[in-house]
Design a protein around this ligand. Structure first.
Ligand code: UDP
Length: 235
């Protein structure tokens, strides 16, 4: 049984969030997204020449994304180097961005996306994807929509939004974690993973709660981008 959340949040409540764009002067686009104690920075370079050349596509751009955790992002110092988890997360972020960015408008080019997690308390792939989508918009890339991503799941008997690491590790009754990425205005899911076991009915409820959370994240993303572009037009 999990009747009250460790941090006293409601079951459908997100952790406090912060979002900003245009924070890295040397990148074409950048963003920071923080949700509770999970924080991600994203930098976008391009569209630029494809290197190595054989990866070039004549009819569209390619996205190359790399996710990394800073050594101090977790209590036990993250191991340096690109491990299987980093590889998997880089790939799921790339796949999601491929659905959001209009690649056909930038043939023969490459978009390099770098995401760094500075603090990790679960949900880092979702925070990274949320930041990466904002950074792509900040770079002025043509996009079908932003991606707003959040993890939801089931802890004990309760369907929960935006799990913490403490909740992911809940043993009594088990924990299931479902990272979900949405193109909110298109009502499309571009990321859906599942770590654990749930019934079909519960999965529907988890996706529904995730969608409500993503709608709030989307509002924050848009507000951050509006702030950035209105500041730019004033200077
Ligand atoms: N984590 C950690 N050390 C690692 C990798 C992960 O402490 O080397 C923690 C971190 O808090 C992370 C969480 O485990 O957010 C869950 O990781 P998972 O692979 O499920 O991905 P995430 O939920 O971050 O997308």
């Amino acid at each position: 049984m999990y009747e009250e959340r460790f941090d006293k949040r409601k079951f459908d409540e997100l952790r406090p969030m912060e979002a900003e764009t245009g924070i890295i002067p040397n990148a074409n686009g950048s963003a920071r997204f923080k949700i509770g104690n999970t924080e991600a920075y994203a930098a976008v370079y391009g569209p630029q020449e494809v290197k190595p050349k054989h990866l070039e596509k004549v009819d569209r751009a390619i996205i190359m994304c790399r996710y990394d955790m800073m050594p101090f992002s977790v209590p036990d110092r993250a191991k340096p180097g690109f491990d299987r988890r980093d590889m998997e997360i880089s790939e799921v972020i790339t796949n999601s961005l491929n659905r959001a960015v209009i690649l056909e408008e930038m043939p023969r080019s490459m978009i390099d996306v770098r995401v760094y997690v500075s603090q990790a308390d679960a949900g880092t792939r979702c925070a990274s994807l949320t930041a990466a989508a904002m950074a792509c918009a900040d770079a002025g890339l043509p996009m079908r929509d932003l991606v707003a991503a959040v993890a939801a799941g089931k802890i004990g008997d309760s369907i929960c939004l935006d799990l913490t690491k403490e909740e992911e590790d809940f043993h009594e009754g088990g924990a299931t974690d479902v990272p979900i990425g949405f193109l909110p205005s298109k009502n499309e899911i571009v990321l859906l993973q599942l770590d654990g076991k749930v019934s079909r009915e519960d999965l529907k409820k988890i996706i529904e709660i995730g969608k409500i959370g993503a709608a709030k994240i989307y509002e924050l993303q848009k507000a951050a981008l509006k702030r950035r572009f209105s500041n730019e037009s004033q200077s």
